[in-house]
Design a protein around this ligand. Structure first.
Ligand code: FAD
Length: 435
């Protein structure tokens, strides 16, 4: 079988088609962007009794969500020990609680809809002795999670030890989205451009909404919020193999150069080589060698790459977009854990818009103080590519583009916009093709 350069989930589900916008509209809520975050948020807001309209510049779920590996987990690498050191126990406990609530929300949806949801344990493993596993387990145990440390797993190679976080989950995100969109008012191929107060331009038409939610992955309005100063994107590579070998959980490596794993039906997904967009030279090669070594009888069926927004303090930005427009909201910066963070966004934004108190509001407030060492490093990186004599520049903020030899694309090292060789826009925050 020839390798398919598309993500595995795409061939498992045909999402319903929607019309494009052909008239002006008025609504309670406008959600811009129909990825997992936009759709979950629209679904919850509609359930709360609001009239909700969703607009999407391509097809529903044609952005980052279609390329995810869809592990639903509150276990996020060494996040909790890092947060404890930086933010203290109360905020660390709150973030864990939000993620666990998100897992429960998916469980509740699985009682209504079939989206290949499965409860599985989430493992964080090391192949070399690494005290961070024990430290993470200690923090999680302190926060009440029933963590076990094991030294054997179903992975086909020797590990040093692993942390087992019980009862997390995995799913097919496109199947879930296809259920949730059935009763939503959605306009496809309808790209939002300028926003003035409560009016959003969509080609020659406009939509007036009491509240507007930007769920476009990287927020596309630069002049408000300045998300370009406090976020960048990391790219990651994935292959899928057809194999009968079993895997009893989801696996994530803590060791440099290690891979992550999950099973979906007869396929094993293996991913890794996470790095800032425009700096990865490894691509798929070590994933392919690994598959040949450990799964010699299995065929690689799919290979793809994908990227996500990374925040400077490891927490997402969910809430008010900026101080200048009280009716504009955002959900972004999911740090490669967008399944739970998109669900948290849906819960929090629904409460905020309905004037209900929500204990996560301050923790994820996008307007929290971004000052810190990472902000200066991020700005320094930006300046390095801005003050550069290369001709090919990103139309977003003018950084010099870098050629990606693995995917044959032009990638922006500052904020992660990407373009085909002939200049067509692939990934935002840029809004236009290269000239
Ligand atoms: C390789 C990889 C694997 C991952 N695996 C996992 C995992 O196992 N578990 C996990 O929790 N997370 C995972 N993530 C992260 C997760 O996939 C993302 O955080 C999540 O899918 C982002 O969803 P989203 O809705 O914010 O973005 P998107 O899915 O990109 O949705 C945004 C939508 O907005 C639309 N849009 C943009 N601009 C406009 C505009 N102006 N007008 C109208 N529409 C617009 C886009 O077309 C797009 O459809 C992974 C990420 C990567 C890179």
């Amino acid at each position: 079988m020839e390798k398919d350069e598309e993500a595995l989930f795409k061939k498992t589900c045909q999402i319903k088609d929607f019309p494009s916008l052909k008239q002006n509209l008025e609504t309670d809520i406008l959600v811009i962007g129909a990825g997992l975050c936009g759709i979950l948020t629209a679904y919850k807001l509609k359930q709360s009794g609001k009239r909700v309209v969703v607009i999407e510049k391509g097809k529903v779920a044609s952005g980052i969500t279609q390329n995810t590996t869809a592990v639903i987990s509150a276990e996020h690498d060494t996040l909790y020990q890092d947060l404890l050191a930086k933010e203290g126990l109360a905020k660390t406990a709150l973030h864990l609680e939000a993620n666990l609530q998100a897992v429960d929300e998916y469980l509740a949806l699985s009682k209504i809809y079939d989206f290949d949801f499965e409860i599985v344990d989430a493992y964080l493993y090391a192949t070399e002795d690494d005290e961070r596993i024990i430290k993470e387990a200690d923090v999680l145990q302190r926060l009440g999670v029933d963590i076990q440390i094991v030294d054997k797993t179903a992975l086909p190679f020797k590990i040093s030890h692993a942390l087992k976080f019980p009862k997390q989950a995995q799913m097919n995100p496109l199947k879930l989205i296809n259920h949730l969109v059935q009763d939503l008012e959605i306009y496809e191929y309808s790209e939002a451009s300028s926003i003035k107060k409560n009016k959003v331009m969509v080609g020659p038409y406009y939509i007036c909404a009491n509240k507007i939610i930007i769920a476009t992955h990287f927020p596309y309005l630069n002049h408000l919020g300045m998300y370009y100063t406090k976020m960048y994107q990391n790219r990651s590579y994935v292959i899928a193999l057809k194999t009968k070998e079993k895997l009893d959980g989801t696996y994530n490596s803590i060791t440099q150069g290690g891979f992550y794993f999950r099973k979906y039906q007869d396929y094993l997904l293996i991913g890794g080589n996470d790095q800032k967009t425009a700096s990865n030279m490894e691509g798929f090669s070590n994933l392919i060698s690994f598959a040949k070594k450990y799964y010699p009888k299995s065929k690689i069926t799919n290979m793809w790459a994908n990227q996500d927004c990374i925040t400077l303090d490891d927490l997402p930005y969910i809430g008010r977009y900026s101080n200048f427009n009280p009716n504009l909201y955002v959900a972004t910066g999911f740090n490669l854990w967008g399944m739970t963070q998109a669900m948290i966004s849906a819960i929090l934004l629904t409460d905020l818009i309905n004037n209900q108190p929500n204990k996560y509001q301050a923790l994820y407030n996008p307007l929290r103080n971004p000052l810190g060492k990472k902000l200066f490093l991020n700005l320094g990186h930006y300046l390095k590519y801005l003050v550069n004599f290369k001709k090919k520049r990103c139309p977003h903020l003018g950084c010099a583009l870098v050629y990606n030899e693995i995917e044959h694309t032009w990638d922006c090292p500052c904020h992660g916009s990407r373009f085909t060789e002939d200049g067509k826009l692939l990934d935002n925050p840029a809004l236009h093709d290269l000239k």
